[in-house]
Design a protein around this ligand. Structure first.
Ligand code: 5AD
Length: 355
């Protein structure tokens, strides 16, 4: 299917017709493309959820600032380094530092953390996922050694964005951040939730077109799962079928991108990750956070953090991957999308967002 040449209308009609069950032909085409570009390899990243303090109040998220029902925690640099050391013992070559938007982690603090990780393991890749910051801040973090940055756009429809977020959060700023990160030479991950409240097939079509324009190195896609203490606690969650359809369409749109089979997908279906691989996904991010903290990083209800989801059970993860017909790759696993594309004169391309 020639997804790259489809219009918004065509994409949204296709999505509408395949909401409940993905077309097996679509899945095999997507998985085949993944095989062609990356081989049958699944890349493994160690996820360190280092703070659940957040100044934002996103309506869907369990660590939103208004949620008084969770224990807030912050890991020190030393505690983060312990997680990295554990990851190295397990053979991991990439670490993802994810947290809420927490003012405690100033540029200086984060730069110090990044430098000590790079000092300890110079050959590893450091990925940050700490939300919206200024160009200057992203630049300082890059100069300190950060290689990649994950910032899901959540939805590419401005009106829909407004329904998922408090009014201080602006879609335009989110997009500005993504283009700034791209310009600075980060490998950038965008992404969205499937089945979030008020989402339609049209908004999902817009997500695909947005991704086509941005051409990110990674795309994180998972089902929305209600979290009881949020305003969306009694909304319906996203389905397995629609998530698989969106994973496969994203693979066809961006054959060179890295696509995780997310924890959320593993949470709504006991074979969710394997089914994600079958739709073209090729990354998993097992949890390296201190075990006693994992329950407090509760973005949504029943979030997996044991079994193959836990980095210490890496053998179980390897078995899951191999049983599904793939090999596990714990290396850096760089994206095939170039970090900063150069124009014909050899100058770095500056990514600009026109609103
Ligand atoms: N269900 C599924 N995913 C969620 N996220 C936050 N809250 C939820 C939820 N209730 C996702 C967002 C965010 C990422 C870290 O987790 O897409 O970017």
């Amino acid at each position: 299917m020639d997804v790259r040449s489809m219009t918004k209308r065509e994409l949204s009609e296709y999505i509408e017709a395949n909401r409940d069950a993905p077309d097996p032909a679509l899945l095999s085409e997507a998985a085949g493309l993944r095989d062609e570009y990356y081989g049958r390899r699944i890349f493994v990243r160690g996820l360190i959820e280092f703070t659940n303090c957040c100044r934002n109040n996103c309506l869907y998220c369990g660590i939103r600032s208004a949620n008084r029902g969770i224990n807030r925690y912050r890991l020190t640099k030393e505690e983060i380094l312990e997680c990295v050391k554990e990851g190295r013992r397990l053979g991991l070559g990439t670490f993802v530092l994810q947290g809420g938007e927490d003012a405690h982690y100033t540029d200086d603090v984060l730069c110090g953390i990044i430098r000590s990780i790079k000092e300890y393991a110079p050959d590893c890749a450091v990925t940050l996922s700490v939300g919206e910051r200024s160009y200057e801040s992203y630049k300082r973090l890059k100069d300190a050694g950060a290689d990649r940055y994950l910032l899901r756009h959540e939805t590419a429809d401005k009106a829909h964005y407004g329904l998922l977020h408090p009014k201080e959060m602006l879609f335009g700023n989110r997009v500005r951040c993504l283009y700034d990160l791209r310009s600075l030479g980060y490998q950038v991950g965008a992404g969205f939730m499937v089945g979030s409240p008020y989402q339609t097939s049209e908004t999902l079509a817009e997500d695909l077109l947005f991704l086509k324009r941005l051409e990110p190195h990674m795309v994180g896609i998972g089902p929305f799962i209600p979290q009881a203490a949020t305003p969306f606690g009694d909304k319906r969650g996203g389905t397995l079928g629609l998530t698989l359809t969106m994973l496969a369409l994203t693979r066809l749109m961006l054959p060179r991108t890295l696509i995780p089979a997310t924890t959320a997908l593993g949470t709504i279906d006991s074979r969710g990750r394997e089914k994600g691989f079958g739709a073209g996904a090729n990354v998993v991010m097992p949890n390296l956070s201190p075990r006693e903290r994992r329950g407090d990083y509760a973005l949504y209800d029943n979030k997996l953090c044991t079994g193959a989801e836990a980095a210490e059970s890496i053998d179980q993860l390897r078995a899951l991957i191999e049983d599904a017909g793939y090999t596990m790759d714990t290396g850096r696993g760089d994206s095939l999308v170039e970090a900063v594309r150069s124009d014909r004169k050899g100058k770095d391309k500056v990514y600009e967002y026109k609103q």
